[in-house]
Design a protein around this ligand. Structure first.
Ligand SMILES: Cc1cc2nc3c(=O)[nH]c(=O)nc-3n(C[C@H](O)[C@H](O)[C@H](O)COP(=O)(O)OP(=O)(O)OC[C@H]3O[C@@H](n4cnc5c(N)ncnc54)[C@H](O)[C@@H]3O)c2cc1C
Length: 591
């Protein structure tokens, strides 16, 4: 059975050596001393490694079951969830006013990474609750906040997000679910939502559904969509639970992965709902959370790659096959371990350089969200808005690829369920689809985010990379990071110019290259992260660290990324510049 050990040392490296959180002028960050973060990370590492990870395979094998309208989660999930809740972990980054621990989002992200690596399906119950909490926190009335937030912070009540209907996923303007205004100010919600994660289950006393629906007579399409709070059980004035509301699970889906999370068809039959935010501005309320939710999914790409990689390393050191090409390394044994073979190493280096770079990228993204939300920093807000589709699309595509590579290390055993490696691949796959399929992330990046605010944010990104390069161009110790970063950044700018010149004349040319652009951008961000990590590692070595091997290994891993992964920017650029004809040249009938 696979195991998981939280990579607390690497997390601390990103937080302290690279991002220097303690000295970042963001409220709450002053508490993030190495002693404090290490205590939190170690404790989170214990519960995720010892309690939640062992349930990962159980959840995969048992899945959820629906009987007489009740969804049962896999054996052990509820008890582990109670322990997790009671430890205060579900509200680690929630507002102290509602019972949360009030820690910065970045620390919550590190803990979420552990939960998701340990058991992605399990982590979704609290993850979606955090998303619904954030929407009510940002858009709710005082009464709504007082009614729902304390119980959602503690996950005594969990939350869901209801957007998708059978005929509308990406194109939410087609939505049919209706909201009829009532005299008492509430609404009656009628319609069917599908694929609702954690829609019904036995882990909490109540479920607070956030539902997108159209109020009759409102504007057509997406502009007529509003957001509603629809509790499973009505809440009495004293906060106790009342009658069952008119919402019920219709069925649960059989799916490729995340079996431990219930994916439900939810039927709303005149259910009582309360408007959240402003009429017809439901998408705006949803968009407030988009950066959080999509960064959370980006983290899932990292989390599955990390867990799969850890197990691939164990296997590669244990499994004896063949001899090292340069002479036996285990002469007393019948063969050498897999890890001696260069192609196995190549794969492990792909995985290692991805997860460490991705961790820095995700935590940096979380820091930008903290800057934007806690300091009202508009530049950080613009930058994270630009990078959100890159984080989500690139890290989940690559995260999935890395789980396949980890599975490959096991040869045929990776394909056999007994070893548990296929679960990482199956679980990682959904992150490429939900919260906006990755093709749509690429569309958002090229069609909307690049030109947002007159292109100001992408220019700010280029300036940031340029400044880093010019500040460090004399630093010989990281010269082999700076030169490839410069080339990759040039490729990205050339691609951006191509879109500007061609995009207006031929929109198909821009959109035919959108996924390549998203990946090109992702590589540049990872290159920047690796260059910053290299800088931090050389500084630690210069300062006489007591753990030089850790930092030297960082440099070796980073060089691998710069030399073996970053050159992909040239390939993506060439594809982008080849235009639309090779993509759109065939008539639809020719397929
Ligand atoms: C396990 C699971 C859990 C989920 N959880 C939730 C949940 O909790 N709440 C919720 O509301 N939804 C949830 N979803 C739904 C999910 O968000 C949608 O499936 C997803 O957004 C895609 O919508 P769709 O399936 O209708 O695909 P479609 O919109 O039909 O898209 C199909 C394909 O076409 C591409 N495409 C569509 N339009 C364009 C375009 N304009 N340009 C380029 N490409 C395009 C997409 O990238 C995609 O690859 C979940 C789905 C699954 C499978």
């Amino acid at each position: 059975m696979p195991t998981y050990t939280a990579p607390t040392k690497d997390m601390a490296f990103v937080l302290h050596d690279v991002l220097d959180v303690e000295n970042e002028k963001i409220p709450g960050y002053e508490d993030l001393t190495p002693d404090f973060t290490s205590a939190v990370l170690e404790e989170a590492g214990k519960i995720t490694g010892e309690v939640i990870a062992p349930l990962n395979v159980v959840g995969d094998k048992e899945g959820c079951t629906l009987e007489n309208g009740v969804v049962r989660t896999p054996t052990g999930f509820k008890a582990a969830f109670d322990q997790f809740r009671e430890g205060g972990w579900t509200g680690i980054a929630s507002d102290a006013e509602y019972g949360g621990q009030g820690m910065p989002y970045i620390l919550g992200m590190a803990v979420s990474e552990m939960v998701s690596s340990a058991n992605q399906a399990f982590g979704m119950y609290s993850g979606l609750t955090n998303g619904a909490y954030a929407a009510i926190h940002a858009h709710g009335t005082d009464e709504q906040k007082q009614t729902y937030l304390p119980k959602m912070v503690s996950c005594e009540w969990t939350g869901t997000m209801n957007l998708t209907e059978s005929h509308c996923g990406t194109d939410l303007g087609l939505m049919r679910t209706k909201a009829d205004p009532q005299e008492d100010g509430s609404y009656k919600i009628t319609g069917q939502k599908i694929f609702i994660s954690s829609g019904e289950h036995d882990m909490s006393e109540n479920i607070i559904h956030l539902v997108l629906a159209k109020i009759a007579g409102g504007p057509e399409g997406i502009k007529g969509v509003s957001l509603f709070i629809v509790p499973k059980f009505m809440v009495n004035e004293d906060g106790s639970l009342g009658d069952r509301n008119g919402v019920a699970v219709g069925s649960i889906e059989e799916k490729m992965g995340i079996h431990g999370n219930s994916t439900c068809v939810m039927n709303y039959d005149g259910a009582t709902g309360y408007l959240l935010g402003t009429e017809h501005k439901g998408m705006r309320a949803m968009f407030t959370m988009m950066n959080h939710a999509r960064l959370g999914v980006a983290m899932q790409g990292l989390s599955q790659a990390e867990a799969a990689y850890q197990n691939a390393v164990i296997y590669a050191k244990d499994r004896l096959q063949g001899r090292a090409v340069t002479g036996a390394e285990n002469p007393d044994g019948p063969a050498d371990p897999l890890i001696v073979h260069p192609d196995v190493r190549r794969s492990l280096m792909d995985q290692k350089s991805f997860v460490e770079g991705a961790r820095a990228f995700v935590y940096w993204g979380a820091m930008m969200i903290d800057r934007a939300e806690e300091n009202g920093d508009k530049d950080a807000d613009g930058l994270i808005s630009l990078l959100t589709p890159v984080l989500k699309g690139f890290l989940t595509d690559k995260g999935y690829d890395m789980t396949v590579q980890a599975q490959q290390i096991y040869g045929g055993h990776g394909y056999i369920e007994e070893w548990g490696m296929s679960q990482f691949t199956r679980d990682a796959r959904i992150a490429m689809i939900y919260e906006g399929a990755n093709g749509v992330q690429a569309l958002d990046l090229v069609g909307r985010k690049l030109a947002q605010d007159g292109g100001k944010h992408v220019m700010a990104f280029f300036d940031m990379v340029k400044n880093f390069i010019s500040e460090n161009k004399e630093d010989e110790a990281i010269a082999d990071f700076i030169a490839p970063l410069k080339q990759a950044s040039k490729d990205l700018q050339t691609a951006g110019m191509f879109f500007m010149q061609e995009g207006m004349k031929n929109p198909n040319a821009a959109l035919s290259g959108s996924s390549d652009f998203m990946h090109l951008f992702g590589h540049v961000c990872m290159g920047l992260m690796w260059a910053r990590m290299a800088k931090a590692a050389t500084s630690a070595l210069d300062a006489g660290t007591d753990d030089p091997d850790f930092y030297k290994n960082k440099l070796v891993t980073g060089r691998y990324y710069m030399q073996r992964q970053l050159p992909a920017t040239g390939m993506h650029l060439a594809r982008i510049q080849s235009g639309a004809e090779n993509v759109m040249g065939l008539d639809a009938e020719a397929f």
